[in-house]
Design a protein around this ligand. Structure first.
Ligand code: HEM
Length: 564
């Protein structure tokens, strides 16, 4: 080898060594920073990183994943000389490569609800979820500060009004028409509940029925469902940076499909805008009950030029996402429990019969089936207890969308540094025996009729629902609320499936009415029994993985009441 070649290879070697000497400590430091617990939080119980990773790989859905985490944090508490339940109020979990605080004390949840500026939400863009960001944009759910205030101002009138039950009832009639054909065959619950809630939502949001009940494979329904499925792929959740790699065919395809969905939404908005302008120009008044969400928002946005067409589109998409799978999950849980406990099914049906009267199912077709009015469904107190208890044990959304601290915050006696991820644990607080008693894990709808659970019971003064002020019995019925308190404050912020405070779910009232309409019509038409594995039959069903919680592998056998 020549002297020149030797010198070149020596200098290349030393350049490589220098590079390694810089890169290795840099990455070592990065890893250390990512796994080291901030000193201010080091005294808190924590779920070891290994247990978090193990939980992600555990089959059987959210409940099993959660079990792995709870066992690990309990073990940590005992090994560190703490009470085994010391984790419940506050503990640490490793999230997105950093330590976050999990809050399980109602008082702490209340602090998060009431201080939106101190606890802004993480937005998709902040954590590299590029495809999700493109699909949903910025909207009332995914925005903070002044932007959120503008979105909420425009969306508020669309939600804070009395709802007609006709839209929900029309879709439920189609559900009955389909289920009538399936009597005697075990029916996959989630599929049907997803379809009915998608149809209700498309009618309620922009006045068009996607007709997923009759036509689940139509192009637009398939486009939407496939997009949602692909965006929830674990690969994209665990390694969000992959979403930026356009060389991956799936990523390119998702971009294309989002563009196609956008075109559809854009078309819907254009038609509706033209309709609204024409109606206003002609001075034609339209009853609020007959207006869909998009019409209401278009009218509200006319006074807010800052609210763009893009904003309208993003809110429409997010109402879809936030509004149908959540309600579908909640319906699945209620239907499951009504099948598991026939005595509750009988009691709920008796209530429906007492309000609506009976129907001769042998002569009444699904198309003519009675739909409860807004005032009638507001009398279904026991049915509301069923829904409320189902949402306590299986909150469709198990934790609030992730927040972070915008400044240093002291909670209890813990100083939480600025920038810490905050996870408000809805599932944990709603199953805590210290709050709910020894039967916290038992489905017992009557608990909502007793003078327990935070001190509120039927007929209490608190009838505030979905942020709408309801002052008297008469107003409550007009707005569609029942006598069962639904405000998070009624239970000391220990029952919070819809969140609370300023960012309380805008669709709470809508969803509750929809659930009462669907369940009451099913109760009037059918009796149903449970078909499922041993876990489901003994009250411990497997659950979905991912964002939404509901029992899975649960089927029902529907039998038309009164039919031979
Ligand atoms: C069982 C059904 C539902 C459940 C369990 C549920 C749950 C939630 C939760 C936990 C939040 C987050 C609150 C926060 O971040 O502090 C939320 C927000 C929201 N939900 Fe729902 N939701 C349901 C149905 C609906 C429906 C049907 C719609 C619309 C049609 C809807 C629209 C919204 C909106 C717009 C927000 C954002 C409010 C804001 O940040 O200002 N939800 N919901």
């Amino acid at each position: 080898m020549s002297a020149l070649a030797t010198a070149t290879s020596v200098s290349a070697g030393s350049a490589l060594l220098t590079l390694l000497a810089v890169i290795v400590p840099y990455f070592a430091y990065k890893i250390y920073k990512s796994i080291a617990v901030p000193s201010a939080l080091a005294h808190l119980p924590r779920i070891p990183i290994s247990a978090t990773l193990k939980s992600v790989l555990t089959p059987g859905g959210f409940i099993n994943e959660n079990k792995v985490q709870v066992e690990a944090v309990q073990k940590y508490c005992v090994e560190h000389g703490m009470d085994k339940d010391a984790w419940r109020d506050m503990h640490l979990i490793w999230l997105f490569g950093t330590w976050g605080v999990v809050l399980g004390k109602p008082e702490h949840l209340r602090t998060v609800f009431l201080n939106t500026d101190t606890f802004p939400k993480f937005l998709y863009g902040d954590v590299g979820f590029e495809l999700h960001q493109k699909f949903v944009g910025f909207n009332v759910i995914l925005s903070n500060g002044d932007m959120w205030k503008l979105h909420r101002k425009v969306a508020n009138p669309a939600f804070h009004r009395s709802w007609s039950t006709q839209v929900m009832g029309t879709c439920t009639r189609t559900l009955l028409e389909q289920l009538d054909l399936l009597t005697g065959t075990p029916v996959d619950l989630f599929d049907w509940m997803q379809r009915v809630t998608l149809d209700v939502l498309s009618l309620a949001t922009f006045g068009q029925n996607l007709d997923a009940l009759r036509n689940p494979n139509s192009h637009i329904v398939t486009l939407y469902n496939d997009l949602m499925k692909d965006l929830q792929r674990p690969l994209f959740q665990l390694m969000p940076f992959l979403q930026k790699v356009k060389l991956i065919p799936l990523v390119r395809d998702i971009h294309r499909r989002i563009d196609e969905f956008d075109e559809f939404v854009e078309g819907v908005i254009k038609v509706k805008e033209a309709e609204v302008k024409q109606r206003l120009a002609a001075g034609i008044a339209k009853d609020e009950k007959d207006r869909d969400l998009l019409e209401c928002m278009i009218e509200a946005a006319m006074n807010d030029p800052e609210f763009t067409r893009r904003d309208l589109r993003s809110n429409l998409v997010i109402f879809f996402i936030a509004g149908h799978d959540t309600t579908a999950s909640s319906l699945v849980t209620s239907l499951y429990y009504l099948a598991l406990h026939p005595e509750f099914q009988t009691k709920a049906r008796a209530e429906v019969l007492s309000v609506l009267g009976d129907v001769d199912n042998t002569t009444t077709s699904a198309a003519d089936f009675p739909v409860p009015t807004t005032a009638e469904q507001a009398q279904f107190d026991f049915l509301t207890c069923i829904i409320k208890e189902a949402l306590r044990l299986y909150p469709a959304v198990t934790g609030l969308p992730l927040r972070r601290t915008a400044k240093p915050v002291t909670m209890g006696n813990v100083a939480i540094p600025k920038g810490t991820p905050i996870h408000a644990d809805i599932y944990g607080v709603q199953r805590n025996p210290a709050i709910w008693g020894d039967d916290a894990g038992v489905f017992r709808p009557e608990r909502w009729l007793e003078d327990r659970a935070g001190g509120a019971k039927v007929g209490s003064a608190n009838k505030v629902n979905a942020g709408a002020s309801v002052n008297s019995e008469k107003d409550a019925v007009k707005a569609g609320t029942t006598a069962i308190p639904m405000a998070p404050s009624a239970h000391g912020f220990a029952w919070v499936p819809f969140g609370g405070g300023q960012r309380l779910c805008l669709g709470q009232q809508f969803s509750l009415i929809e659930q009462r309409v669907v369940l009451s019509m099913l109760l009037l038409r059918y009796e149903w029994t449970l078909v499922g594995d041993a876990d489901a039959l003994t009250g411990h069903p497997k659950t979905a993985s991912g964002v939404l919680l509901h029992p899975v592998n649960v089927k029902l056998n529907f039998k038309i009441r009164g039919a031979k």
